[in-house]
Design a protein. Structure first.
Length: 200
């Protein structure tokens, strides 16, 4: 099995909620969707979207677990790792030789909010209380921008709220309820529609 790594900075959207590893408690992973773009004579064009697994360790893992939500625009710095292996049922080339598979992972050292896509307010909120005496679950008061509980929306200007763990992300809109990012943003649409299963 061959391995290699390089230092990179990537931008994109969280395609899944972060999840703690089943057996390695210091490890949290999630999938990120990133679409490279370039300017072709004044017209921006997009390449294919890359979905990659992001690994976070230690204190960063704890903060990412409670502070990152699906669809959040992110800037991530870290080490890109790859390894090659031959699966049980490998593909073969025209000469009949087995073709190894290559897997890429980004081990993050820093994870931050990318404000070039939207202006978001992150606010600490009370965790959802467990239902008691047959009553439904309730959440704490909304944070900055009038964010409500899970899946709720509040505040003036049609702010859209998304919450997970202990934080709420509120994308401030311009009154049309579309939020800070453009509704046709291909990256965010792909991220929101991404596989919700844990990438491990």
């Amino acid at each position: 099995m061959a391995t290699q790594q390089m230092s990179v900075t990537m931008t994109g959207f969280a395609a899944t909620h972060p999840a703690r590893h089943r057996t390695i408690t210091k490890l949290v992973t999630f999938r990120m969707a990133s679409t490279p773009s370039w300017n072709d004579n004044g017209e921006w064009k997009d390449a294919g979207t890359l979905f990659i697994e992001v690994q976070c360790w230690g204190r960063l893992a704890d903060n990412v677990l409670t502070g990152v939500v699906t669809g959040a625009p992110l800037v991530i710095a870290g080490r890109m790792n790859s390894y090659s292996y031959v699966p049980e049922n490998p593909r073969t080339n025209k000469d009949g030789k087995e073709v190894p598979e290559t897997v890429w992972r980004l081990t993050a050292t820093n994870v931050g909010l990318d404000l070039s896509h939207s202006v978001s307010t992150w606010s600490l909120r009370d965790r959802i209380r467990e239902p008691q005496d047959g009553q439904g679950a309730t959440s704490g008061d909304g944070g900055a921008g009038g964010a409500g509980g899970v899946g709720g929306a509040g505040g003036a200007g049609g702010a859209e709220a998304s919450s997970f763990g202990g934080f709420s992300a509120v994308a401030e809109g311009d009154g049309d309820g579309a939020g800070g990012a453009a509704s046709g943003d291909a990256d965010q649409e792909l991220a929101t529609a991404g596989d919700s299963s844990a990438p491990f």
